[in-house]
Design a protein around this ligand. Structure first.
Ligand SMILES: Nc1ncnc2c1ncn2[C@@H]1O[C@H](COP(=O)(O)OP(=O)(O)O)[C@@H](O)[C@H]1O
Ligand SMILES: [Mg+2]
Length: 188
């Protein structure tokens, strides 16, 4: 992003912000409460419009006016306020709105589970896919959001303080990924 500014009424949330993200890199953005971190994320995901400045993806200037634009451009996010369907399973949440169907219109459940098993193997952690998301811990729900961004083949995944409300440091998804959670056996 180049020279992005955003004002909410009397509050200047972002002033002339520029940020470059190279493929394969990981960035941490630090700032006190109200510094504008969530606003920056929301501008990149199409939830908020910047007042000025521009966004480039792969060197091309783009307009991100909705979450659909962001998704089409390969930008995925885990927001500070999680947005998952508590009554649906992990699988149903990851595929929500994008389920594979048979010619007769039935959802291909087996195919969704198979795809997710492969993807969890790629990410390097494992979770039960048939549990309703409402039964999961906050850390597990964050993992579902990350899995969804990964499943959507996002080139850029934005995590807006995903650890903020977890009680214990070991309950964060990043810790779970580092601590060698059980992996599914390779499928034959
Ligand atoms: N929808 C909004 N309406 C009015 N002010 C907002 C809105 N969203 C954020 N702000 C204000 O913009 C500033 C930046 O907020 P935010 O981006 O949430 O910061 P951070 O995520 O770094 O805590 C804060 O002063 C906040 O109160
Ligand atoms: Mg925030």
């Amino acid at each position: 992003m180049r020279n992005v500014s955003k004002r909410y009424g009397g509050v200047q949330a972002l002033v002339d912000v520029s940020l470059d993200v190279a493929r394969g890199s990981i960035h941490g953005l630090l700032g006190e409460n109200g510094a504008g971190k969530s606003t920056l994320v929301k501008i990149l995901t199409g939830a908020v419009r910047a007042d000025s400045g521009e966004i480039l993806v792969g060197g091309q200037k783009v307009q991100i006016t909705s979450p659909i634009d962001a998704r089409r451009l390969g930008i995925g996010a885990v927001h500070q306020e999680l947005n998952l369907f508590p009554d649906l399973t992990v699988t149903e949440n990851v595929f929500a709105g994008d389920e594979p169907h048979t010619a007769l219109g039935f959802v291909k459940h087996r195919r969704m589970v198979d795809e997710l098993m492969v993807e969890m193997n790629q990410v390097g952690w494992w979770m039960a896919l048939d549990r309703p998301v409402g039964d999961l811990t906050l850390a597990e729900r964050q993992m579902v959001e990350i899995l969804r961004a990964f499943h959507q083949r996002a080139d850029l995944i934005l995590l807006d303080e995903p650890n903020r409300s977890s009680r214990s440091p070991t309950s964060s998804p990043s810790c779970a990924m580092e601590s060698g959670s059980p992996r599914p056996r390779p499928r034959t």
